[in-house]
Each structure stands twice: as structure tokens, then as C-alpha cells.
Ligand binder design. Structure first.
Ligand SMILES: *Cc1c(COP(=O)(O)O)cnc(C)c1O
Length: 414
């Protein structure tokens, strides 16, 4: 047995109790998903493609009803026409904000791609250009929501409060749905006209609850992350109140058309099957994440979150402290992927991101990060953000490759 395999066995042993916790969440979420499938009477005819305007598209309508049931909301959008997380969140913001109103982020600076949607630099087509202003409240010193700071930042103009559940490319903890509850309650009491929008990317099915359970008006994410279960080939979802979803649907298609149109001439089956798989797939990804953290800790590296810390998303950050190590780790992950294992990732200027980014992504669905993937912005403190893993054992194997690659990392000028 190699030293690395020996260490892996110890890490796995240490993770036993943590894995049991993940499985309990999987069981609860599987129950919720199957209850929805049963009550919506899912049948083979729902998988049938449609074309043209898509009036009365049963597959589409049933998928959206399932999403609403799973998130406990009045309505939902879940469609292949949405390109990903950024697109769903942009739809929410453009749907709910009017000129002269203000967007308030309660979780500090949002995910990189949203800065252009908001218009930090006045980008054409941005909210800023439309006359929507922006403010942010930073997270508290403990990394959690600073509720007094958020409430103190609300003005007459505030119309949307935005919360990002996942850490994204930041070294902070995820914000749990439960910890959003007191803020949502306080806002609804004093300003019921304010919409609460949650970026739920990487968050769905990580815990038994979702932000919508506590009254969030719109909860959005990508289908090539958690909710697609690794099978959905593209798409995004938004679950929320009838009123919020109605406004967002007017932006998605056109006012007056809303959710009544939109066809898809591919099978809807992967979306249904992906939804069915999602609690299990997320559990597999969580196991890979906790195992990675434990391996890192045993090797003397800093893992965030720690292997046994509560998790609010599927991201595992490792602080490697050196650009060469970042590249080596990502190449190790790539070499353990099922697709493109023979390729070697390089840092590049990716659209929507401020620093160069390196991405290891050997996925069946291009860019899917519910499949094992590892990204790193090439900036201090040279942390890698790893997520996903369709199966625990394939993830385990790739992670061992990555840690082995760290033994022999290239020198890179900073
Ligand atoms: C991935 C992600 C996004 C953007 O989603 P894309 O599908 O890449 O457009 C936004 N917010 C968070 C927290 C994410 O993880």
C-alpha cells in the first residue's frame, strides 16, 4: 500500500461520522423529492420533447411544479433555456428591480460574475445602466450575517436584499438557510415590499432545509450544479412566491407570455432523472469534500471548511499558498477525471472573472461543477476551490492524484 493510500484510509476512517450526517440529509431530501414526484404523478409522457412556442408543454410545467414542491414555494421556473447560475440571478434582479431602486447585498461582495450584472464598472446592459443602485453590507467578524448592519443599510430605495448562500471564490463559510431566517423575518416585518433573493448555487440539498422554507421570495441556482444531479445537460431554476416568479417570468420570456411558452426539442428525461438523483449526487460530492479536507489536514494544509465543520455548500477550499501548487493540484484533479484526463489545465483570462483562473474540469457536461472540478483564481492566498464528484470513489481517486501531484509542483513566478 502506498503512503498516500494509507493516509486516505485514515482520513476515510476519520470521516465516518461526518458521512453519516450527509446520508441523513440525503435521506430527508430524497423523501421530499419523491413525495413531489408522487403527488405530481410523474409519467413517461412528461419526458417527451416539444417544439415551437411550447404551449401546454407538460414536461416543462411538471418540472416547474416539482421544483416548487421541493422548495416549498408557490411557483418555480426550471428550464433548459437558462444558461446557468449567473443567468438565473440576473433574471431575478432584472425582474424585481426598477430604475431608481436599490439592490442591497447582505453577504458582502457577490460572486465574481454578478459584479458585471450589477454594473460595478457601469457595464452596458447592467443594473447600474438601468438606474438601479447598489450597496453591500459586509459579513460579521465571525463570518456570519451581520443583521444589524443589513437592517441599517436599508433605505427608502431598497427593493431587493440579496444573499449568497455559498462561499463562492471567497474564504468564508457558507451562510446556512437557518441563519437567514432572523434577517428574513425582520425585513418582512418592517418592509414587506422588499424581496429577498438568494443565490443558492452549490447549496441545494446540502442541508434538509432551503432558504425558501424561511420566506425567501426567490431562490435560484444552476442545473449543472446541485439540482441537476449531474444528469441535467444545462439550465437553471428559480423557486419563489407567485408574485416574484410572475415578475421574473415576464423578464424570462415576455410580459404577457411568462411561463406559458418555451419548448425543448430534447428529452426532458435527464431533468427529471437529475432531480431524482440530486440528493444522492450532492451527498457523494459532500463526501469527496470532507475527505479532501481531512486529507489536507493530515498533510498539514489548511482546509476551509474543516472536515467535520457544518456545511452549507459543496465547496471545499484548500489554502496551498503558492501558484505552482495550485497548478499542480488542479492538474492532479484533471488527470483523475473521466473525460479529458489526458489534458493539462492552464491559468487563463476567463470572461466574467477579474483574475486569471485555472480550472480542472473533466466533466461529461461541459463546465458542470456538480461533477468533480477544481478552480482557482490566481491570486493570494493561492487557494483552490474544489467541488463536486458524481461518485464518492471516483472523487476519492482523483483527490489522491491531486495530493500526490503536490509532492512535485512546478516553480511559477508570482
Ligand atoms: C456558480 C455560481 C454562480 C454563477 O453560476 P454560473 O452557472 O457559473 O453562471 C453564482 N453564484 C455562486 C455562489 C456560484 O457558485
Amino acid at each position: 500500500m502506498t503512503d498516500m493510500e494509507q493516509l486516505a484510509r485514515r482520513a476515510e476512517e476519520d470521516c465516518r461520522e461526518v458521512f453519516r450526517r450527509f446520508e441523513a440529509v440525503e435521506a430527508a431530501c430524497t423523501g421530499r423529492v419523491l413525495d413531489a414526484f408522487e403527488s405530481r404523478r410523474v409519467e413517461a409522457r412528461h419526458f417527451t420533447p416539444s417544439n415551437g412556442y411550447g404551449y401546454g408543454d407538460l414536461g416543462r410545467d411538471t418540472l416547474e411544479a416539482l421544483a416548487a414542491d421541493i422548495f416549498g414555494t408557490q411557483a418555480a421556473i426550471l428550464r433548459p433555456q437558462i444558461s446557468g447560475g449567473t443567468h438565473t440571478l440576473a433574471l431575478c434582479l432584472f425582474g424585481l428591480l426598477l430604475p431608481g431602486e436599490e439592490l442591497l447585498s447582505a453577504t458582502g461582495k457577490p460572486y465574481d460574475t454578478l459584479t458585471e450584472v450589477i454594473g460595478f464598472k457601469g457595464e452596458p446592459g447592467s443594473l447600474k445602466e438601468l438606474g438601479v443602485s447598489y450597496r453591500q453590507a459586509e459579513l460579521g467578524p465571525d463570518g456570519g450575517l451581520d443583521i444589524p448592519a443589513v437592517l441599517g443599510s436599508i433605505s427608502e430605495k431598497t427593493r431587493v436584499i440579496f444573499l449568497q448562500r455559498s462561499r463562492g471564490y471567497a474564504l468564508r463559510d457558507a451562510v446556512s438557510p437557518e441563519s437567514m431566517a432572523p434577517l428574513i423575518r425582520a425585513v418582512k416585518e418592517t418592509r414587506p415590499d422588499i424581496y429577498i433573493v438568494v443565490d443558492n448555487c452549490y447549496g441545494a440539498f446540502v442541508s434538509e432545509d432551503e432558504p425558501s422554507f424561511y420566506g425567501a421570495d426567490a431562490v435560484a441556482g444552476s442545473l449543472i450544479k446541485n439540482l441537476g444531479g449531474g444528469l441535467a445537460p444545462t439550465g437553471g431554476y428559480i423557486a419563489g412566491s407567485q408574485e416574484a416568479i410572475g415578475r421574473i417570468a415576464a423578464r424570462l420570456t415576455a410580459p404577457g407570455l411568462g411561463l406559458e411558452v418555451g419548448s425543448y426539442e430534447g428529452s426532458y428525461r435527464p431533468f427529471f432523472q437529475g432531480l431524482f438523483m440530486a440528493p444522492h449526487t450532492v451527498c457523494q460530492a459532500l463526501k469527496v469534500a470532507a475527505f479532501t479536507a481531512r486529507m489536507a489536514e493530515l498533510l498539514g494544509l489548511k482546509a476551509s471548511p474543516a472536515f467535520d465543520a457544518p456545511r452549507g455548500d459543496i465547496i471545499q477550499a484548500l489554502i496551498l499558498g503558492d501558484p505552482g501548487k495550485v497548478i499542480a493540484y488542479c492538474r492532479g484533479i484533471q488527470s483523475g477525471s473521466p473525460v479529458d484526463a489526458h489534458l493539462s489545465p492552464e491559468p487563463w483570462d476567463m470572461p466574467g472573472y477579474q483574475d486569471q483562473v485555472i480550472m480542472a474540469a473533466g466533466a461529461f457536461v461541459q463546465g458542470a461543477s456538480i461533477e468533480l472540478s477544481c478552480d482557482a483564481p490566481m491570486r493570494e492566498p493561492y487557494a483552490v476551490y474544489q467541488q463536486g464528484g458524481l461518485t464518492w470513489l471516483s472523487g476519492r481517486r482523483a483527490v489522491l492524484r491531486a495530493f500526490s501531484a503536490l509532492k512535485d509542483w512546478p516553480e511559477v513566478a508570482e
